[in-house]
Ligand binder design. Structure first.
Ligand code: FE2
Length: 160
């Protein structure tokens, strides 16, 4: 840990850095998955999904930056390398041959829901550790992820 005048106890800051880096790995993985979908989606709703997936890439990119920078603010090191992400992401492997829009929607909704669940868990973990700011960061993310999941699931819920 790097020295800082931040008054949170070092033990708390270290625990939060571990938590932030764990979710950072997921977020970077999810971000790459949205771009994979953006590039490869095909089907009758191509342009809408192509644009929606790129929008998700931007939204998740904001979360990536917030997670990484919060870890550094607390005196830690952001673990954002490809190797760290591959080792620590809890998301399922994105099937690389996926093509149909419906399949991309289902895969991304599943990944988002899984990430959203661990972010919601992180809210409680941060609050319990006494770091209200990290809890607030996760809370904002969680709300955004719920909205994003709605955007994906609305495509899957309507009758064709
Ligand atoms: Fe593009």
């Amino acid at each position: 840990m790097h020295p800082t005048s931040n008054d949170l106890p070092k033990k708390t800051r270290r625990a939060m850095c571990d938590l932030l880096n764990a979710r950072l790995a997921d977020a970077i993985d999810l971000r790459l998955q949205t771009k994979q979908a953006h590039w490869n989606v095909k089907g009758p709703h191509f342009i809408a999904l192509h644009e929606l997936f790129d929008k998700l890439y931007e939204v998740v990119g904001d979360y990536v930056d917030e997670l990484a920078e919060r870890a550094v603010q607390l005196g830690g090191t952001a673990q954002g390398t490809l190797q760290a992400v591959a080792k620590h992401s809890l998301l399922d492997v994105y099937p690389p041959a996926t093509s149909a829009g419906h399949d991309h929607l289902k895969l991304l909704a599943k990944a988002l829901a899984k990430f959203g669940a661990s972010v919601r868990h992180a809210i409680d973990a941060a609050a319990k550790a006494g770091d209200a700011d990290t809890a607030d960061l996760f809370t904002g993310m969680s709300r955004g992820l719920d909205k994003t999941l709605w955007f994906l699931e609305a495509h899957l819920q309507g009758k064709a």
